[in-house]
Design a protein around this ligand. Structure first.
Ligand code: B12
Ligand code: SF4
Length: 493
């Protein structure tokens, strides 16, 4: 690799949720919308000053919206709301996203900077509210919660990508950054995996209701990215189909055929469930595209698959994974398989079964990248809403019930003892060992050499090298931080 070869060591995801809202507003109202992606800037030192400088040019703006798309952004969202309120005391500030959809009351308290809190998909309700406020601008005395119904398919809009032009990594493309344009050809998921969705949680109704774009509109959504960005110098991007499930089989086959005809040179990524994927039929088309596919396997053994409510036929499901991965590898298709460790119910036996399964899966593979995630107990999930059940059944201990209200959320979401016999310290070591074990095997296997997908080979290489380097020190650094912040947890274990 010479020094002019891009190193591609960073990833960027334009904020699709805000782009959807902005597109909808622009389409239906005569309004100027500007999008700021502060996610990368907000972690910087001196963030208060930097945020102030960054936001100080918006004194012409009356309305500000903050997206709290994951619970781990709760404190950052409040901080951002307060900064805006101090700079622009008379403005109207909205907040929406996954966390406000589940716990809107977390944003409604005396002195809250927010005027309106949106629970659910907010396009239509925000539009209606703005129309009223344009005629009569009045801030409510206390924060007002607006519950939104799931959007119907005819209310869907395709993102207007001109709105993304203000993002730093689009304005000044950096050849070292992979940009993933998240695209949604559907919304909602009919499955009920316990770590993901709680069927009894009303506020997540939007996430449970499946709605799909018709094929021609789905295709337009994909091609519109190409039309705008294809010839942009230094912009390396992947069209990343981020739906919870990537359509149904018939839809996928038709879409592959169209993509082969209309835009085969483009990189694509999509995620779906392994038990919905038909390797023998789909691979014929996928291999003609520069396509990466990601599967949420989530449980690596029968017992955990049942606890996660991932499937009713765990044995068959695991066999399907083995078969699909073999076929994908033989056909030189880059694929990743995600596994979660440390969910309530995890035992020493399930951990060793999972690593055995994964070891066998990566053996002699060149195109498979396993992703191991440490379980975080996200609100809105069955596991979160039924902690008592897990405490009684497995001896699980959850340490910080409202973990998102603590500083250091990167730890607090992970701090639980999954069962009587496995605690969070064990999971920390297992997390390291799983990575080192699998990634060392993969690096020896030699990563796939597809000539037309060199950038992806580079990405795999980068992820694996970084993980091997970082993971060696992971337990020491993670546990040191936890010990400093929460020493009492070590007395309990
Ligand atoms: C794409 C994605 C990502 C991308 C990019 C996210 C982005 N768009 O910027 C990346 C890869 C960066 C990512 C990272 C993470 N993600 Co993520 N991600 C998703 C995913 C697949 C789609 C989100 C999305 O764009 N949905 C589509 C839009 C249209 O829907 P929406 O987000 O709900 O937005 C609507 C409303 O919420 C509302 N709304 C949203 N923002 C705003 C703002 C205002 C002002 C208003 C009025 C309304 C409003 O209106 C929107 C339009 O209808 C979801 C799963 C899913 N399928 O939803 C997980 C999901 C959101 N992620 C999740 C998690 C946990 C994470 C990580 C913490 C993972 C990790 N361990 O690192 C990180 C968070 C990083 C961080 N900084 O904290 C969880 C959140 C769970 C929770 N209770 O918080 C989800 C739900 C997955 C899951 N089931 O576990 N993620
Ligand atoms: S993990 Fe995937 S399949 Fe399961 S409920 Fe969530 S989005 Fe659906």
């Amino acid at each position: 690799m010479d020094c002019n070869t891009p190193k591609r060591t960073d990833f960027a995801h334009p904020p699709s949720q805000i782009l959807f809202i902005a597109t909808y507003l622009k389409k239906h109202l005569d309004i100027h919308v500007e999008i700021l992606d502060l996610a990368q800037k907000i972690n910087l030192e001196n963030r208060e000053k930097k945020l102030n400088d960054y936001l100080s040019i918006y004194d012409d703006f009356k309305f500000f919206g903050v997206s709290c798309y994951s619970s781990s952004l709760y404190l950052d969202s409040i901080f951002l709301g307060n900064t805006i309120r101090k700079l622009y005391p008379n403005s109207c500030i909205f907040v929406g996203g996954r966390h406000p959809s589940i716990y809107p009351n977390d944003f409604s308290y005396p002195e809250s900077p927010f005027d309106y809190i949106f629970a659910g998909e907010a396009e239509v309700e925000l539009y209606k509210l703005l129309k009223k406020l344009f005629i009569n601008f009045k801030r409510p005395i206390k924060p007002k919660i607006i519950n939104c119904e799931p959007l119907s398919v005819n209310e869907f809009v395709n993102i207007d990508w001109s709105l993304a032009e203000s993002l730093d990594y689009i304005k000044n493309p950096n050849p070292n950054i992979y940009v993933f344009f998240p695209l949604f050809l559907s919304r909602g998921c009919s499955f009920r995996c316990n770590f993901c969705q709680d069927p009894n949680n009303n506020l997540t109704k939007c996430y449970r209701t499946v709605r799909r774009l018709p094929l021609n509109e789905a295709l337009n959504a994909i091609l519109s990215i190409n039309q705008r960005f294809r010839d942009r110098k230094n912009l390396f991007y992947v069209v990343s189909i981020s739906d919870p499930l990537f359509g149904n089989y018939d839809f996928r086959i038709k879409l592959y055929k169209e993509l082969i005809k209309k835009a085969p040179e483009q990189y694509y990524g999509a995620q779906t469930r392994l038990d919905l994927f038909k390797p023998d039929k789909e691979i014929t088309y996928i291999k003609k595209l520069k396509f990466m596919i990601e599967f949420g396997m989530d449980g690596g053994c029968e017992k955990m698959l049942k606890i996660l409510n991932k499937t009713r036929q765990p044995n068959k499901y695991l066999r399907q994974i083995v078969y699909a991965s073999k076929k994908l590898d033989e056909n030189q298709i880059f694929h990743s398989i995600n596994t979660i460790i440390g969910h309530p119910g995890e035992t020493n036996k399930t951990l060793s079964q999972t690593i055995e399964f994964l070891r066998a899966l990566v053996r002699n593979k060149h195109y498979l990248l396993p992703h191991i995630f440490r379980y975080g107990w996200w609100p809105g999930s069955e596991t979160y809403d039924n902690m008592k059940k897990y405490e009684t059944k497995y001896g699980t201990k959850f340490f910080f019930k409202e973990w998102w209200k603590f500083e250091n959320q990167k730890y607090t979401a992970l701090l639980l003892n999954p069962s009587n016999e496995v605690n969070f310290i064990d999971i920390t070591y297992n997390f390291r060992d799983f990575h080192l074990d699998l990634f060392k095997t993969i690096s020896k296997n030699r990563i796939g050499q597809r000539e037309d997908m060199k950038e992806i080979r580079q990405k795999y290489f980068f992820i694996i090298t970084m993980a091997i380097n970082n993971m060696k020190h992971y337990p020491a650094t993670f546990l040191k931080d936890v010990r400093e912040k929460f020493p009492h947890l070590f007395d309990l274990n």
